[in-house]
Design a protein around this ligand. Structure first.
Ligand SMILES: [Zn+2]
Length: 254
């Protein structure tokens, strides 16, 4: 494994624009449950409605009232509880240090837990949104959520007056165009992409790896188990992100 980490260092040291893409694996040690897998939320509670966005759009007030009264599905209630308690772990911290040292130019996360944001990561794209923010369904204006618990329906958008929803992307909801574009732009610059704690199967993030690959960027995968991307990577480091990232960081500093 050490050899693979040394190989990863060589690539990172010689790359000009490194993009890191993170997934659920990096937040496991912060207590955020994954969706699939043995302990996953969907395994325990069943797959949620795949129409959650159209349910919201049909009657946003009714949707918010359910949220306020905690009568959403048990799966949502469980997710909310764990997100309220989650704190960034060593993996998030190392990525922030790598940003500070200019080793990572852009961090794209598929997680909605806001843990990269909590550390003040500057060059961050939350491709599935952030549950600690609200977003306008029309113009994408975003606002930080001030209260931890939602006690009233959020005010309409300050810019255009339309309805606000959680920034986190729902099933059936298109990825907001602004984050999609900035993700794609950063991948076009990338000569190295780190895949960190992600199964690399959920679009659109999964597609970004293939675009990067087709543009001759090097791919480095850090994940607990092999993925569909594994065979196409230049370096694969198997292990938990909380163990591997500190080791990688130490070697990068040597
Ligand atoms: Zn708006």
């Amino acid at each position: 494994m050490r050899e693979n980490i040394l190989e990863a260092k060589k690539i990172i040291d010689t790359s000009k624009y490194v993009v890191a893409i993170t997934g659920a694996g990096i937040s496991v040690d912060s207590g955020v449950p994954t969706f699939q897998g043995t302990d996953g939320l969907w395994t325990r509670f069943g797959k949620p409605s795949l129409n959650s966005y159209s349910d919201f759009i049909k009657d946003p007030d009714k949707w918010w009232l359910k949220e306020i009264k905690y009568t959403s599905s048990p799966y949502i209630n469980e997710l909310r509880k764990t997100l309220e308690l989650a704190k960034p772990n060593i993996g998030h911290k190392i990525l922030k240090l790598m940003e500070n040292m200019d080793l990572i130019k852009m961090l794209i996360t598929q997680n909605i837990d806001g843990l990269h944001q909590d550390l003040g990561t500057n060059n961050l794209i939350e491709i599935h949104g952030n549950r600690n923010k609200f977003r306008c369904i029309s113009c994408n204006w975003r606002k930080n959520r001030e209260e931890k618990k939602i006690t009233r329906i959020p005010d309409p958008c300050m810019r255009c007056g339309k309805i606000m929803k959680f920034d986190s992307v729902m099933f059936g909801e298109p990825i907001p165009k602004d984050v999609l574009k900035s993700s794609r732009d950063s991948i076009d610059y990338a000569d190295c992409v780190l895949s960190i704690g992600t199964s690399s199967t959920v679009r659109p993030a999964a597609g970004l790896f293939w675009i990067a690959k087709s543009q001759n960027a090097k791919l480095i995968e850090i994940n607990i188990s092999p993925t569909k991307l594994t065979n196409y990577c230049d370096v694969v480091i198997n292990g938990s992100t909380s163990e591997i990232l500190p080791e990688l960081f130490e070697i990068l500093n040597n």
